[in-house]
Write a protein that binds this ligand. Sequence first.
Ligand SMILES: [Zn+2]
Length: 381
Amino acid sequence: MAEAEKIHVFWEEGMLKHNTGRGVFDSGEDPGFLDVLENHPENGDRIRNMVSILKRGPISPSISWHHGSPASLPQLLSFHSPEYIKELEEADKAGGKMLCGGTFLNPGSWEAALLAAGTTLSAMRFILDGHGNIAYALVRPPGHHAQPTQADGYCFLNNAGLAVQFALDSGCSKVAVIDIDVHYGNGTAEGFYRSNRVLTTSLHMNHGSWGPSHPQKGTIDELGEGEGFGYNINIPLPNGSGDRGYAYAVKELVVPAIRKFEPDMIVLVVGQDSSAFDPNGRQCLTMDGYRALGRIVRGLANMHCNGQLLIVQEGGYHITYAAYCLHATLEGVLNVQLPLLSDPIAYYPEDADFTKKVVDRMKKYYTINVPFLREIIKEQN
Ligand SMILES: [Zn+2]
């Protein structure tokens, strides 16, 4: 009998050294009149639970654990500018710096960021070297908002972007990114905005630009530039979109785009902050929704990439439910027939009809405006 399929998880304890502090939510501030402050949402506890659920939850027999190592300077420079990396190194030497709202590089943070980037690269290398098909980089600090030249939204180094570039440099001709974190994967999009070798797709809430660190809007008219025109597909979903709305958006927009693009590697960028209970998002995914998305993406990887799939951890800030949603996503990726773990808290209503209307309008827009999507979306109708 063939050996049971495994998900190869790459993880390093040192990433817990990034201490984001306490305050009013992610502000880092103590106003002086609150008796109880809270941990910054991007804290080690959320990741500890993701590690433990994969170690002790029902999926644990399908998990194989691996180490990573810090990224090197030449690796960082494959995606980031030398000036920006110097700024981060100097911030670390100076004992810390707030790089933008909510984004604190504290003592220990730089070491953790280098480990997160290097561990993601190790996961990609594992796939490229043919040691396994499915690898998951369980990393923090997150990366998908980090642009080539600046930090943003709790992110310093773009872990997924570095892995994509590494795949291209290692002989992959085309890589597709599917980002289901509730925020726009603006850093990854920016890094490959002028490339037709990387198709970046992002499903997010319609949050728009949030200041100078995040000038991108995440709207449908940000299509890429030059050779990259049409190779950035933004799918801003209305607040309250849930399991059915997300599945519809992925089936109607992401699946046809990936089919037409025919990547030889898929990178699934996951954030559980699109769950119904996340403090940082206003979407309504439950474990069922994540499971379905995991299954769809696995199907795409099987169809186009010999099953090769890198999964990269981003946001997801509900201390317990984020771990459950991760578990469900990986169940979907493994294509398990019946749920291994039931949902302890799914009860919030979603508005699927409105989301479907919005997705249909986006479909029309992309049919008209994206040359490589014209036929395929028409074929579907
Ligand atoms: Zn997020």
